[in-house]
Write a protein that binds this ligand. Structure first.
Ligand SMILES: NC(=O)c1ccc[n+]([C@@H]2O[C@H](COP(=O)([O-])OP(=O)(O)OC[C@H]3O[C@@H](n4cnc5c(N)ncnc54)[C@H](OP(=O)(O)O)[C@@H]3O)[C@@H](O)[C@H]2O)c1
Length: 254
């Protein structure tokens, strides 16, 4: 029974690979208990085992952010084992093509080609999932002395950038992805307002363009380098910001 474990407890969604895995590794190396949220038991267990080999206190937690029963199961597990949650990193995310039916290269088709299925599927994970997980874990975060929530967003969420339609930026074509991350940023802003009289801080971050499966390994940053940003906002001191949107250089336009 580790109900009074003095170490901070961090839960990350989509932590079996990429930025989530590296964020778990870095928080674990700082001495936190890391709960490796993953939707696939094999991938999640393997990731947690890799971290344990490095001396990190890591546990796999089954968590598909689109499945309420797994979210409830994860809450019950954390409640039973730790009674509180100190850090939640809403990292799980998908980047689907605008028009899945047209095959390779469809990701860069224009926004008007975007299918409603692609929009719905993307929102299920990137926005509704993050909302459900945040709502479900809020009671446990409220029990922490210094709860921290990090929403892993994207520069592609920035309306200011999107409004600049003349820009040579192929990513503006990812309608579903961009819209879902903009919605995630709204979640950050409104929750920060709701939680303003509590010690809980919630921020959105952009990790940069990162070499992961999601970017088809086109990203220029390593996951380890990118993870420093969510780690920073997961470990903010009491005088740190809340309700903001940041990348490695500081605040970025909404
Ligand atoms: N890479 C970039 O350049 C970049 C830039 C800006 C923002 N981001 C954001 O960074 C976050 C992490 O992405 P990444 O680049 O590290 O990509 P990644 O390597 O593809 O990792 C994505 C993670 O999300 C998980 N996931 C997807 N759907 C899920 C669901 N329904 N429930 C639980 N987990 C789910 C994946 O699990 P499976 O292994 O089971 O699929 C995987 O663990 C995402 O939110 C992404 O939008 C990435």
């Amino acid at each position: 029974m580790v109900a009074h474990d003095p170490r901070k407890v961090a839960l990350l969604t989509g932590a079996n690979k990429g930025i989530g895995f590296e964020t778990a590794r870095q928080l674990g190396a700082m001495g936190m208990v890391v709960l490796v949220g993953a939707r696939d038991p094999g991938r999640g267990e393997r990731a947690a085992a890799m971290l344990r080999k490095e001396g990190i206190h890591a546990r796999f937690v089954l968590l598909d952010v689109t499945k309420e029963e797994t979210i409830k199961g994860a809450v019950d597990f954390v409640e039973r084992q730790f009674r509180r949650l100190d850090v939640l990193v809403n990292n799980a995310g998908v980047l689907l093509p605008n028009a899945p039916s047209v095959g390779q290269g469809s990701a860069v088709r224009p926004p008007s080609d975007c299918t409603i299925e692609s929009l719905r599927q993307t929102f299920e994970t990137n926005f509704f999932g993050a909302f459900m997980v945040t709502k479900a874990f809020l009671p446990l975060l409220r029990r922490s002395e210094a709860g921290r929530i990090v929403n892993v967003s994207s520069m592609q969420a920035s309306l200011q950038n999107k409004a600049d339609y003349g820009r040579e930026n192929g990513h503006t074509l990812f309608l579903a992805y961009c819209a879902s991350k903009t919605a995630l940023n709204v979640l950050t802003a409104v929750c920060a307002n709701e939680l303003r009289d509590t010690p809980i801080k919630i921020n959105s971050i952009c990790p940069g363009y990162v070499d992961t499966d999601l970017s088809s390994h086109m990203g220029t940053k390593s996951p380890a380098e990118a993870a420093r940003i969510p780690v920073h906002y997961a470990t903010l001191s009491a005088d740190g910001p809340t309700g903001g949107f940041f990348d490695e250089s500081g605040p970025i336009p909404w």
